[in-house]
Ligand binder design. Structure first.
Ligand code: GCB
Length: 598
């Protein structure tokens, strides 16, 4: 049982040491380690990995990561786990979707695979994990390289100085335990999927490494482009924007920022034009496809390229009946097709960063995006470690997606009680987002005062867009209160109804009328759209939600582990009656926008 093994040093003492995990909590894998990956050739590490669930953290106590392959017949002691043979799972995947016995498993799991590498003295080697939920500790050849917190953003580990020629062993310890200091904390309304559920890749670079490339129109301008780069090991870089500009960017201490005189064809939902971009520094080169547009607010208006726009949206979770949180291209295309059928120009990617392909496809398809971090409900706002985690998740999201013209809103939280600690935490996040990216609007799903029936939230003054989640006719049974809130409130900036809706169980078990019926949901959509259309400071909506989604907290007879507010059932095919009502409302809005030129 490895208790006598040299691996676990003083292993018997370790059995009684509840501080065993401290050595593996460096939290050092953050946005600072990111490299720009656009256009790079990745070596995929997807496919079969050895796997073991580890409910008791035995692998950290016994140091499974330091074991060496050995044929079972030659072992001098009994092993409690064999990282090199045994159970195998596919990466990417969520373990809940692989075996019934893992469905409610919350804890640590070990992923192991070999890496066969040629020595390359002139190059550097980076591991990228697309997403692993929630704490991922990385070990190579028995050495701990660090850990990353956050379930939905990518992270990088430089392996250059840790690899050996020939066979290497990579191990990831992935822990999805819900904890009070996390982002989100224990209580959410979505399923706590675990595992390595986005792609894992290796990137080889020369010694020179392009870490970052940021392109946008300069603030308030249509004839100047700002380019900012971060590069290790070069004095200058060459930027080409096809058909538009070709410039040299001088670097000081690895950073270069220039303004280029250029009037790009503007990106918009009607004309989602993208430019091919290439950045070259020494032997390193990256590429991207970038659109240029302005998104601004003026009073209660949202302006896209200077013209008012009304956001015809839909909210969507990253959830699939069969795959869990694993996102496929086919799934994304179906999602955008459904949004098109709804006559949408906008989508809320709730409640955490979605797969990066979502915003890339939105760029191509001309759908505006609200992107979000999971500062959800009762976060541990006074805790500095929680704040550092939230800030890092925000920074990773922004660095990953800030060249996506489609992404117009960074949302920093959802339905958080208006305490002093929350105000401090979230106003800090808003400032952090603006400092990293002054070219987008900042939002959060804010609060309504249910006594005074007014939009009332101290956070709103730090935002560009006030998101409001309201469920009049569902959780709030007096529908007319919505109209009262509308009249009582006089926000000085645009409001987007970031959620509204009702559950509908359309299975044979579902009711024919009343709560949870398809007819009731449809009626809520009729009343909601009619009321909201009359509020002039409401500049868009993203009803809750496109598809039914899995959630532990819904166990009623019509829910059975699912939130059934989808306009489409969990099969992602069967539309409920409310789908056509929203589609008709948006068609009308789109027609009006065309007629008024907004
Ligand atoms: C909300 C939450 C969302 C829930 C939804 C619901 O306000 O933001 O995460 O899923 O309500 O269905 O209750």
């Amino acid at each position: 049982m490895l208790e006598r093994s040299e691996l676990a040093e003083n292993a018997l003492a370790a059995l009684h040491d509840e501080g065993y995990a401290r050595a593996y909590d460096a939290r050092n894998l953050t946005h600072r380690g990111m490299i720009f990956t656009g256009g790079r050739v990745a070596q995929s590490l997807d496919g079969e990995w050895n796997f073991c669930v580890d409910l008791l953290d035995t692998g950290l106590r016994q140091k499974w990561f330091a074991m060496q392959p050995q044929p079972p017949s030659e072992r001098s002691e009994p092993w409690d786990y064999d990282p090199f043979m045994g159970e195998v799972v596919p990466v990417p995947s969520n373990w809940q979707m692989l075996q019934d016995k893992w469905y409610f498993f919350e804890g640590g799991s070990w992923y192991t695979r070999p890496l066969d590498l040629e020595p390359d003295p002139d190059g550097r080697l980076f591991l990228r994990v697309g997403a692993a939920s929630y704490d991922c500790k990385v070990f190579l050849n028995g050495t701990y390289l660090g850990n990353h917190l956050g379930a939905s953003t990518p992270f990088f580990v430089e392996l250059t100085d840790h690899v050996r020629p020939g066979r290497n062993w990579l191990m990831l310890f992935v822990d999805n335990r819900r904890q009070a200091d996390r982002v989100p904390m224990q209580n959410t309304d979505w399923f706590n999927y675990g595992g390595v559920y986005r792609e894992v890749s290796l990137y080889r670079t020369p010694r020179t490494v392009i870490r970052d490339l940021v392109l946008s129109l300069a603030p308030d301008s249509y004839d100047r482009i700002t380019a900012r780069v971060e590069i290790e090991g070069a004095d200058s870089a060459r930027l080409q924007i096809e058909g538009l500009a070709e410039v040299e960017i001088p670097l000081t201490d690895g950073v270069g920022e220039i303004e280029i005189a250029a009037s790009p064809r503007l990106w918009s939902p009607e004309d989602p034009h993208l430019y091919d971009v290439t950045l070259t520094a020494g032997a390193d080169q990256v590429r991207d496809r970038v659109g240029f547009r302005q998104i601004q607010r003026r009073g209660t208006e949202i302006l896209l390229n200077g013209s008012p726009i009304w956001l015809r949206g839909i909210a969507v979770h990253e959830d699939d009946r069969d795959l869990g949180k694993v996102t496929t291209e086919e799934d994304l295309i179906r999602r955008f097709d459904h949004a098109r059928d709804l006559n949408c120009n906008f989508m809320r990617l709730a409640h955490y960063p979605h797969h990066e392909r979502a915003a890339q496809l939105a760029d191509e398809r001309g759908i505006l995006i609200w992107a979000e971090i999971p500062v959800y409900w009762a976060i541990d706002f006074p805790n500095p470690a929680t704040r550092a985690d939230a800030e890092n998740q925000l920074a990773e999201l922004i660095r990953r997606d800030r060249n996506r013209a489609s992404v117009v809103i960074w949302s920093i939280g959802n339905e958080n009680a208006d305490t002093d600690a929350r105000l401090d935490f979230m106003s800090g996040l808003a400032a952090h987002a603006r400092a990293m990216d002054p070219t987008r609007l900042i939002a959060a799903a804010c609060l309504v005062n249910h006594q005074t029936l007014r939009i009332e939230d101290r956070l709103t003054e730090h935002l560009d867009i006030i998101g409001i989640n309201e469920y009049y006719g569902w959780y709030d049974e007096d529908f007319d209160d919505l109209g009262r809130i509308g009249k009582n409130s006089s926000p000085d900036r645009p409001v987007v109804i970031s959620e509204t809706g009702a559950d509908a169980d359309i299975s044979p078990e579902g009711p024919a009328e009343g709560l949870f019926s398809e007819a009731y949901q449809a009626e809520i959509y009729r009343k909601q759209t009619a009321t909201l259309a009359g509020l002039d400071y409401v500049k868009g909506m993203s009803p809750w939600i496109l598809y039914d989604f899995r959630t532990e907290r819904r166990q009623g007879i019509y829910q059975r582990g699912w939130n059934r507010k989808g306009l489409i059932a969990a099969d992602k095919t069967t539309r409920k009656a409310a789908f056509d009502i929203l589609a008709a409302f948006y068609a009308e809005r789109a027609k009006e926008a065309k007629e008024t030129g907004s």
